[in-house]
Ligand binder design. Structure first.
Ligand code: AMP
Ligand code: MG
Length: 493
C-alpha cells in the first residue's frame, strides 16, 4: 500500500449500491509512466512521491492501490445520438474512490482503460495511447482556459498492445472529477422505475454539488434548476472558445457541470457554426452551434427522471414546473453567452448598448464566417487593435471587409469608461488553444515512435493560454486549410 495523507473514501459505492459493481483493474505487463500531474496530486493531498516513476506507474494502472481504494464500475444509461440505451455503464473505467482535496471537496479518482467490466458489452475495456493523451492534453487545456472540466492526473503506458483498426500501444488515464454522476445515472434508475434510487441519487448529488439547495421547499426542482444553470454556464464557455464536444450524449453530461469525456472533441479554427469533427456524427447533431440546444434536450431527459420527486401527487404540476426550467434554459444560456462574447470584444455590459453590442457581435461573426477567419486569432487580434494597431486584424481579413466594422467597434469602445481594454482583451481571448493538427502530431509521435516530447511541449504551452510565450508562435498558428477540411476525430475507444 502507498502512504497518502488520507485514505480514499468510497461514499458513492457505499451509499448508492444499486449504481455500481465491484471490479478489479486488469493486470498489465509493464506499466511505464507517460505523464504525471504533480500539481494536481498535491491539490488532492495524495502523499505520493512524484519522482518515483515505478510506483506512480503501478498506482495509476491499478496494480497497486491507493489506501481506501474500492474499485467499482459505475452503472448508467444514456441517450446516444437521441436513442435510449437503458444500460451503458463503465465498460472501460473504474472509480477507485474519492479524495478530499485542499478545499475540502470530494473528488473522484478513476482509471480509464483499466480492462473489462460487467458493462463492457463486448468491448475490451482498454484504451490506446492516442485517446488517453488526447483526453489528458485537452482536459488540461480546458482547465487552463478556466472552463470547468474533469482533470488528468496521470497517463501510463501498459506495455501491451490493443487491437483497433490496427494494433496500437495501450495506456490508462487517471481522471479526477468533481463526481462522475451524469444525466445517464438518473436515467438508469428511472428506466427501472426505481424512484427510491432516483431519490437517493438526487440526495447524493445535492449533498455533493448543490448544498445550497438543501433547505429549499422543493429541493428536487431546485436541483434541476441548479444543474441547468451550471450547464448553461458551461456551454456558454465552450462557445466562447470554439470547443466542439462532439458526443454530447446524456451519459456524457455531468451533474456537476464539468466537461467530461474527451473523445471526438476538437477546437474550431475558421469560424463555422456548422463545424462537426466527429467521424460518427454524420447528421451534425452535435455541431458547434447546436450545443446549447442539445444541452437543453439532455436536461429535458434529466427532468423527466425527476418528475415523481418534484411532485409525487400531481405529475401535471411537476411537468409544468420542470418545463418552465427547461424552456428558460435557452434565454439563460443566451444571456451568459452574450456576456462572454461582450467580454471577448472588450465591451462593458451596459444595458444601454445591448442591441448595439448584439449587432456588433453578429456582424463580427458574420465577417469571420464569410472570410473563414480563425476564431481564436480573430478575437485575440482585437487586443492589438485596441492598442491602435489594426495590422494584426487586417492581416486576417485580406478582403479588407473588416475595416468598417473596426470603425464601429472603436466608436462603441469610446462610449465606455474602461481604459485598459487591450490587456482585458488579452486576458479573455486565449492565444493558444489545442490546435487539432498539433494534437494529432503529438499523439502520433507518442503512438508511432514512443516520442513524448511534442506532447509534453504542447502541454506546457497550453498551460498558459493567455500569455504570449517566446518561441511558441507555431503553437498559435492554425492548421493548413487542407488539414482542417478533412479533419475527423474518433471516439476514444
Ligand atoms: P463514450 O463514447 O466514451 O462515452 O462511451 C460510451 C460507452 O461505451 C460507455 O459505456 C463506455 O464504457 C463504452 N466503451 C467505450 N469504449 C469501450 C471499450 N473499449 N471497451 C468497453 N466498453 C467501452
Ligand atoms: Mg462516456
Amino acid at each position: 500500500m502507498v502512504s497518502t495523507t488520507l485514505p480514499l473514501s468510497h461514499r458513492f459505492a457505499q451509499r448508492l449500491p444499486g449504481f455500481s459493481v465491484p471490479c478489479e483493474p486488469m493486470q498489465v505487463a509493464s506499466p511505464t509512466l507517460l505523464q504525471f500531474n504533480a500539481q494536481l496530486a498535491e491539490e488532492l493531498g495524495l502523499g505520493i512521491d512524484p519522482n518515483d516513476e515505478v510506483q506512480l506507474s503501478r498506482i495509476f494502472t491499478g496494480q497497486e492501490l491507493l489506501p481506501g481504494s474500492c474499485p467499482v464500475a459505475q452503472a448508467y444509461a444514456g441517450h446516444q445520438f437521441g436513442g435510449f440505451v437503458p444500460q451503458l455503464g463503465d465498460g472501460r473505467a473504474l472509480l477507485l474512490g474519492e479524495a478530499v482535496d485542499r478545499d475540502g471537496q470530494y473528488r473522484d479518482i478513476a482509471l480509464k482503460g483499466s480492462g473489462p467490466t460487467p458493462f463492457s458489452r463486448g468491448g475490451d475495456g482498454k484504451a490506446a495511447i492516442g485517446p488517453v493523451l488526447r483526453e489528458y492534453v485537452v482536459s488540461e487545456a480546458m482547465y487552463a482556459l478556466g472552463i470547468p472540466t474533469t482533470r488528468a492526473l496521470a497517463a501510463v503506458g501498459t506495455g501491451e498492445t490493443v487491437m483497433r483498426t490496427r494494433s496500437l500501444p495501450g495506456a490508462m488515464l487517471t481522471r479526477v472529477a468533481a463526481s462522475h454522476l451524469r444525466v445517464g445515472s438518473f436515467e438508469y434508475a428511472a428506466a427501472r422505475r426505481r424512484t427510491d434510487q432516483v431519490r437517493e441519487l438526487a440526495d447524493f448529488a445535492i449533498e455533493r454539488h448543490y448544498a445550497d439547495v438543501v433547505g429549499e421547499e422543493n429541493r428536487y426542482l431546485e436541483l434541476l434548476q441548479a444543474i441547468a444553470d451550471r450547464q448553461a454556464k458551461l456551454i456558454a464557455q465552450w462557445m466562447s472558445v470554439g470547443f466542439v464536444h462532439g458526443v454530447m450524449n446524456t451519459d456524457n453530461m455531468t451533474i456537476s457541470g464539468e466537461t467530461i469525456d474527451y473523445g471526438p472533441c476538437a477546437f474550431m479554427e475558421a469560424y463555422d457554426p456548422a463545424a462537426v469533427f466527429s467521424s460518427i456524427d454524420s447528421m451534425g447533431r452535435y455541431a458547434f452551434s447546436n450545443q446549447p440546444q442539445i444541452a437543453r434536450w439532455n436536461l429535458a431527459r434529466l427532468a423527466e427522471t425527476l418528475l415523481s420527486l418534484i411532485d409525487p401527487e400531481e405529475p401535471q404540476r411537476a411537468a409544468e414546473a420542470a418545463t418552465e426550467i427547461i424552456t428558460e434554459f435557452e434565454s439563460r444560456h443566451n444571456t451568459l453567452y452574450q456576456t462572454n462574447m461582450r467580454e471577448k470584444l472588450g465591451l462593458d455590459a451596459d444595458s444601454e448598448y445591448d442591441s448595439e453590442d448584439q449587432r456588433l457581435l453578429h456582424d463580427w461573426l458574420g465577417l469571420l464566417q464569410s472570410n473563414q477567419v480563425d476564431y481564436t486569432l480573430a478575437f485575440r487580434s482585437l487586443a492589438d487593435a485596441a492598442d491602435e494597431n489594426t495590422a494584426t486584424t487586417l492581416s486576417l481579413f485580406p478582403s479588407g471587409e473588416v475595416e468598417p466594422w473596426l470603425e464601429q467597434w472603436r466608436n462603441r469602445l469610446e462610449k465606455q469608461p474602461i481604459s485598459d481594454v487591450a490587456s482585458r482583451l488579452r486576458a479573455s481571448n486565449p492565444l493558444y488553444i489545442p490546435r487539432n493538427h498539433l494534437v494529432e502530431e503529438a499523439l502520433d509521435a507518442a503512438s508511432e515512435h514512443g516520442d513524448l516530447k511534442p506532447f509534453k511541449r504542447l502541454l506546457q504551452v497550453l498551460d498558459s493560454p493567455f500569455q504570449e510565450q517566446p518561441e511558441s508562435e507555431s503553437f498559435a498558428t492554425p492548421a493548413p486549410r487542407d488539414f482542417t477540411a478533412c479533419y475527423k476525430t474518433f471516439c476514444g475507444t
